[in-house]
Design a protein around this ligand. Structure first.
Ligand code: TXA
Ligand code: MG
Length: 317
């Protein structure tokens, strides 16, 4: 990717205004939350979200948490049942993430939810994060602001050490108070602890007056890192195809003839931004046999190939 000059912005109205402008313009800004620093991008913008994966060098498209200013903004994106509402009322803003069904009209990039029908949402409490989200007025997708496989950052300096030259800016809001990631709760449909974190599970259980299910108790592979139920098209997929069979529809990459192309110019960020849209288009078109062009195994190509390999794997019908 192009080398960027990463700006460190101050915790001031001007700094926050600048950060909000960068986010609205499709750039990447790291910002403090009470848990850890997040690497933010406009959650509605496919290309901006693809850039998060490129900057972190993530080898897989794990779903990301959407950060919003308040419950109203969250309800514009997802459907909250009574239990989810109760938890949101009790613990938002704060270090709790809820995995809830995505609304059909949410306009969130499918890269954010990794094509899943659910979305992880959180309302952070940190004053600077609140100001930024209010000012930007958009949902912000943000994983922790560290290179993939490295420790989550709790200071602006950690962000710079890991991601300088790969992101547009970091707002320096000092150290994070909580220091570990948010607790994640999903509904399957019973409330289930998907990741322990900054909000103790006991606090959630006493709010619900019931024990939380544990991810390992359920058969559904929705726990972070175990997401096997990734989106796959209905058609049979064949990868690394340079010459498609006559009855195959080509999902192309680079300068190839075909019906759908992830990036005619061979740009991996563009290909990542298009990936889920194109896979869905193949379903909409009722395609039964799909051939996919070779995708280079560099940069975002790792995550794209990972997703395509899962989509092409034999599945139970
Ligand atoms: O404290 C935090 O949560 C920080 C700050 C920046 O908000 N963010 C964070 O994001 O830790 P990340 O991307 O490192 O972790 C997000 C986790 C992943 O483990 C992912 O698998 C899970 O959330 N997740 C996201 N969407 C999901 C979904 N639809 N279903 C199940 N798990 C989901
Ligand atoms: Mg992380």
């Amino acid at each position: 990717m192009d080398k960027l000059l990463t700006q460190t912005l101050p915790d001031s109205d001007a700094g926050i205004g600048r950060a909000a402008d960068i986010l609205r313009g499709g750039g990447l800004v790291a910002f403090p939350t009470e848990t850890v620093y997040g690497l933010g991008a406009d959650a509605r913008n496919d290309t901006a979200v693809a850039k998060i994966f490129a900057a972190k060098d993530r080898p897989q498209f794990n779903p990301l948490i959407v950060h919003v200013a308040d419950l109203d903004a969250a309800r514009a994106i997802a459907n909250f049942n009574d239990t989810a509402l109760r938890l949101a009322d009790a613990f938002w803003p704060g270090p709790l993430t809820l995995v809830v069904p995505l609304r059909a009209d949410a306009q969130i990039s499918p890269l954010v939810s990794a094509g899943l029908p659910t979305v992880a949402i959180r309302v952070p409490e940190h004053n600077l994060a609140q100001k930024l989200l209010h000012h930007a007025g958009i949902p912000v997708a943000a994983p922790s602001a560290n290179p993939s496989g490295k420790i989550s950052p709790t200071r602006a300096k950690h962000v710079i050490d890991g991601l300088s030259g790969r992101i547009d800016a970091v707002i320096d809001g000092g150290p994070c108070g909580v220091g570990v990631e948010s607790t994640i709760v999903g509904f399957s449909p019973e409330p289930t602890l998907l990741r322990p974190g900054g909000l103790p599970a006991e606090a959630i259980e006493s709010c619900l007056n019931a024990p939380l299910g544990r991810a390992s108790d359920t058969a559904s592979p929705t726990a972070p890192g175990q997401l096997a139920s990734h989106y796959a098209p209905n058609g049979v997929m064949r990868l690394n195809v340079t010459k498609p069979d006559p009855d195959e529809t080509l999902l192309g990459f680079g300068n190839v003839d075909g019906d759908l192309n992830l990036s005619p110019s061979g740009d991996l960020t563009e290909a990542a931004a298009n990936l889920f849209h194109h896979l869905r288009q193949l379903d909409t078109d009722g395609v039964e046999r799909i051939a996919v062009s070779p995708i280079p195994h560099t940069g975002l190509g790792h995550a794209i190939n990972d997703r395509l390999t899962r989509a092409a794997a034999p599945r139970d019908s």
